[in-house]
Design a protein around this ligand. Structure first.
Ligand code: S3P
Length: 171
């Protein structure tokens, strides 16, 4: 039995897509914290932000991460803010292997602009403002992301390589 793998990183960095593929490669189950929150509440993430606010969302996110900490053989894609609230990061570090899918702000903005997912945090940011906003926001969040056990470049990800790094990872 192996510890869970937590994928962390900025919005739009491809955690869910990479996570699904990685889980298949490793023969692990796959979970996505945003999907679990949506199915628990019967609301979309956007609806939760609109009706209950971000703080309520963070509490739900924290309880989902706590409930996943004891999992084995599971790849877990987390929301972009997850490692930055409560003790989520240390909880993930203690109970599993954390992987930061790292992209530069230009790649992130490109992917966010093409994405169909509604992301409440960037909803009100004008297209022209998105790159400077993401650059600043990523700078703050990178303080958390960079603490991951494995830092993996997300621009042209070789998931076979990542699967190998995870298998050979010794804390
Ligand atoms: C958030 C990222 C989103 C989602 C919510 C908040 C964040 O997930 O959890 O909109 O704070 O960065 P993705 O990283 O999958 O976009």
């Amino acid at each position: 039995m192996s510890k869970p793998v937590f994928l962390i990183g900025y919005m739009g960095s491809g955690k869910s897509t990479a996570g699904r593929k990685l889980a298949r490669m490793l023969g692990y189950a796959f979970e996505d914290t945003d999907e679990l929150i949506a199915s628990m509440t019967g609301k979309t993430i956007e609806e939760i932000f609109d009706s209950e606010g971000e703080d309520a969302f963070r509490i739900l996110e924290h309880s989902v991460i706590r409930s996943l900490a004891g999992r084995v053989n599971t790849v877990i894609a987390t929301g972009g803010g997850a490692p930055c609230y409560f003790d989520n990061l240390s909880l993930m570090q203690r109970s599993g292997i954390t992987v930061y899918i790292k992209l530069n702000p230009v790649s992130i903005v490109k992917r966010l602009s093409q994405s169909k997912t509604n992301r409440p945090l960037i909803k009100k940011i004008g297209h022209d403002q998105l790159l400077p906003w993401v650059t600043r926001h990523l700078e703050q969040r990178a303080l958390f992301y960079e603490k991951a056990h494995i830092i993996f470049k997300g621009e042209n990800p070789d998931l076979n390589e990542l699967a190998g790094q995870i298998k050979s990872f010794r804390p």
